[in-house]
Design a binder for this molecule. Structure first.
Ligand SMILES: NC(=O)c1ccc[n+]([C@@H]2O[C@H](COP(=O)([O-])OP(=O)(O)OC[C@H]3O[C@@H](n4cnc5c(N)ncnc54)[C@H](OP(=O)(O)O)[C@@H]3O)[C@@H](O)[C@H]2O)c1
Length: 329
């Protein structure tokens, strides 16, 4: 098969709002050792893409400057020393960047088969949130069946994934969201109780239940001391973003007196090996649940690649529930 030398992409012309995203022509990337070249059918949109576009989340030096952390399509070329995926395979993959484009390269070990029963559009929306939720809730956060789990931003891409996975693994799930409709969506996905944070105090709700054993938080700011109060003794707080800012005054005596753990992580800067290990775990423990229809990506809306500006505007309106996707091919 002959590949063209150039491809359609969407690039960030300067730091700013959604309209700094512009269609562009770029060279088709060449897969290096251990990498595959994927012709994307769809690319998922994630909040970190919007942060990158706004100049708040620089890509690592070794990654493409194009936004896009996940996608699905066909493997069309292999770099040296690739084991696993073959040319012609349909895969979904975690990307180091570069997903807003017709072609993208990524380590072969970060690609997973399109789960049985899912189309490429749904599959494109799996990697970023499933890698993030699996590594932070189950590996780092150590969630086990029977525990009380609170996730903030329950209707987000991350939140809808976290609710379903925690529920299917037997946790009692509590979620916060910003409207009655979003709360209803959280309950439909398996939350025992959804808390409209504009109307209710999540701290009171959780304390009445005995406190949260684990909280997954992306909000930060004044949520930090409130999360500490909402935790049960020995509870764990895992921070994956700071939508309301990372700096706050906090009484750490509570952490000591109640034996709390505060931790967090971001996925993108982690080593290829660490991401490959998460991929292997997902393939073994989660992909069968997706194929069985017990956990599914929640689809919000689709935009053409060239209209990534509108996709980002929708994400930043926070009107969406679940995942926004770009149609590439
Ligand atoms: N650490 C990692 O590796 C990693 C990986 C992926 C994503 N993330 C982070 O995880 C978060 C969710 O990502 P996503 O792609 O799922 O994004 P998303 O779908 O856009 O979700 C963000 C959600 O946060 C809520 N929100 C927005 N601003 C808020 C504010 N100021 N206070 C409280 N809630 C607010 C909104 O829900 P309401 O309308 O209900 O407020 C929105 O649904 C993002 O912050 C992203 O940066 C981290």
């Amino acid at each position: 098969m002959t590949l063209s030398a150039t491809m359609r992409a969407v690039e960030i012309t300067e730091a700013g709002g959604p309209d700094v995203l512009r269609p562009a022509e770029r060279p088709v990337p060449v897969p290096g050792a251990g990498e595959i070249l994927i012709r994307l059918a769809y690319a998922g949109v994630n909040r970190p893409d919007a942060l990158q576009r706004a100049g708040l989340y620089a890509p690592p030096s070794w990654a493409s400057d194009l936004p896009g952390l996940e996608g699905a399509g066909e493997v069309v070329a292999l770099g040296p020393d690739v084991s696993g995926p073959a040319v012609g395979d349909l895969v979904c993959a975690l990307l180091p960047g570069g997903g807003y484009a017709e072609y993208v390269v990524t380590p072969a070990a970060h690609a997973l088969p399109v789960p049985e029963g899912l189309d490429l559009k749904q599959a494109a929306c799996l990697p970023e949130t499933f890698f993030t939720v699996w590594s932070n809730v189950f590996q780092r956060g150590g969630l086990v069946a029977g525990e009380r789990f609170l996730v903030h931003g329950g209707s987000s891409g991350i939140g809808t994934t976290a609710i379903q996975l925690a529920h299917v693994f037997g946790a009692r799930v509590f979620a916060t969201a910003g409207s009655p409709e979003k709360c209803a969506a959280c309950v439909a996905l398996g939350a025992e109780r959804a808390i409209d944070y504009r109307e209710e105090d999540f701290v009171e709700v959780l304390r009445a239940e005995g406190g949260a054993d684990l909280i997954l938080d992306m909000v930060g700011g004044d949520y930090l001391p409130r999360n500490v109060r909402a935790l049960a003794d020995e509870g764990r707080l895992v921070q994956i973003a700071f939508l309301k800012g990372p700096k706050v005054e906090l009484n750490f005596a509570q952490v000591m007196m109640r034996r709390l753990t505060i931790t967090g992580s971001t996925l993108r800067p982690q080593s290829d090996l660490a991401k490959a290990r998460i991929a292997a775990d997902l393939r073994e423990k989660v992909w069968p649940l997706i194929a069985a229809g017990r956990v599914l990506p929640v689809m919000d809306s689709e935009f053409p690649l060239a209209d990534a500006t509108a996709a980002h505007a929708r994400m930043e309106s926070s009107a969406h529930v679940g995942k926004i996707v770009l149609k590439v091919a």
